[in-house]
Design a protein around this ligand. Structure first.
Ligand code: UT7
Length: 354
């Protein structure tokens, strides 16, 4: 897809709950072990939101971090898109809450939901608005608090997920286009393989006072999602590369949805990508759903893995079923680095409240 205006990613940010829950903590809740979780998923620990921490707070923290990275005035932002499956409430949208909190007074704002692929869908939406010349600056956030919708007695699911938010700032660029290609797909016939039932208007108890039952919890056919993912990731990356007019060999870094290290390695192998090209933080974050790709990129930048000029394949998969990829060239530097000896700090929710 060719656009009349170029787009560039100029900022990335994170918003994380402060509590770290280790595999050893989970051993006390369900019949599992640190060794099983690490071997089967690559996860050692994850952040879990406290009762006081909300999706909107995490999103706002990530937005502020990304705005600081990009060194922009929030009033430059003309579009706020939040990808989430776990908003504070059905409405107002999380995007409207972020828009107000950061003072993006000139922005349109809406949420969208494509489960763990949401951030890739949201990037593609932002690119459409910027590429067409409608808007010049967009804030795109992926955020989820899945811990509220986990059955903490189900060892098949509760060990996998973490909470968090990741954000990107995208700006129009008249000279260069650095959002090189995208690919989005869905297959609703597989919706039952990964879902959170009894959480919407189809729930027969919604609106009954007093409530007659609690809401549903995340349910998953792990094997089926695994099989879907190891095929969906290579398909999406190859197709997005083709859209970008490049080959998989031109990709410097694979930044996949952080669900399971075995899925990530298997998909990279199928793509013929060397392990050094994999970006992953699943060991310390778990599966943060829509937040996982920007959080992985944010950490890779902090540890110097991704360099200016790197061509990156962002690729997501998840409930819906949905999957997709965006090929981007990363050329941004943290605008705070020149003014802070200590460099970028982890943005915690508490810090955002001050
Ligand atoms: O955003 C997308 C979200 N979802 C995913 O990405 C999930 C994709 N799927 C997976 O990551 C993997 O399928 C899992 C990590 C969920 C499971 O790994 P697996 O290698 O497919 O294990 P399995 O489901 O085949 O289970 C193997 C055994 C079973 O015991 P039996 O029947 O062989 O006796 C499970 O009951 O492991 C057992 N098991 C556990 N044991 C200890 C399942 N969960 C656990 C656990 N601790 N937490």
């Amino acid at each position: 897809m060719k656009f009349s205006h170029g787009a560039r990613l100029i900022g990335v940010g994170a918003g994380l709950p402060s509590a770290v829950v280790t595999n050893f903590d989970l051993e006390k809740l369900v019949d599992t072990s640190d060794e099983w979780i690490k071997t089967r998923t690559g996860i050692s620990e994850r952040r879990i939101a406290s009762e006081e921490e909300t999706t909107s707070q995490l999103a706002i923290a990530a937005a502020k971090d990304a705005i600081g990275f990009a060194g922009i005035d929030p009033q430059e932002i003309e579009l706020v898109v939040v990808a989430t499956s776990t908003p504070d409430n059905l409405y107002p949208s999380t995007a409207c809450m972020v828009q107000a909190a950061i003072g993006a007074k000139r922005a349109a704002a809406f949420d969208m939901e494509a489960a763990c692929t949401g951030i890739v869908y949201a990037l593609a939406v932002a690119q459409q608005f910027i590429g067409s010349g409608t808007f010049k600056c967009a804030l795109v956030i992926g955020v989820d608090i899945h811990s509220r919708f986990l059955n903490w007695a189900d060892r098949n699911t509760c060990i996998l997920f973490g909470d968090g938010a990741g954000a990107f700032i995208i700006k129009a660029d008249e000279k260069e286009n650095e959002m090189l290609g995208t690919y989005l797909r869905a297959d609703g016939s597989g919706g039952h393989l990964l879902h959170i039932p009894n959480t919407g208007s189809a729930y027969p108890h919604a609106g009954v006072t007093p409530p007659t039952a609690t809401h549903g919890f995340l349910e998953m056919n792990g094997r089926a999602i695994y099989e879907f993912a190891v095929n969906a990731v290579p398909e999406a990356v190859r197709a997005a590369c083709s859209d970008a007019g490049i080959t998989v060999d031109d990709i410097d870094f694979l930044i996949p949805h952080q669900a399971n290290m075995r899925i990530i390695k298997s998909a990279a192998e199928r793509l013929g990508m060397a392990p050094e090209k994999i970006v992953s933080n699943v060991n310390e974050m778990g599966n943060t759903s829509a937040a996982s790709i920007p959080l992985a990129m944010w950490q890779a930048l902090k540890r110097g893995q991704i360099q200016v000029g790197s061509t990156c394949a962002l690729v997501g998969f998840g409930g819906g079923l949905t999957w997709g990829s965006a090929i981007v060239k990363w050329t941004a530097v943290d605008q705070r680095q020149s003014s802070q000896d200590e460099g970028t700090q982890v943005t915690e929710v508490e810090a955002s409240k001050k």
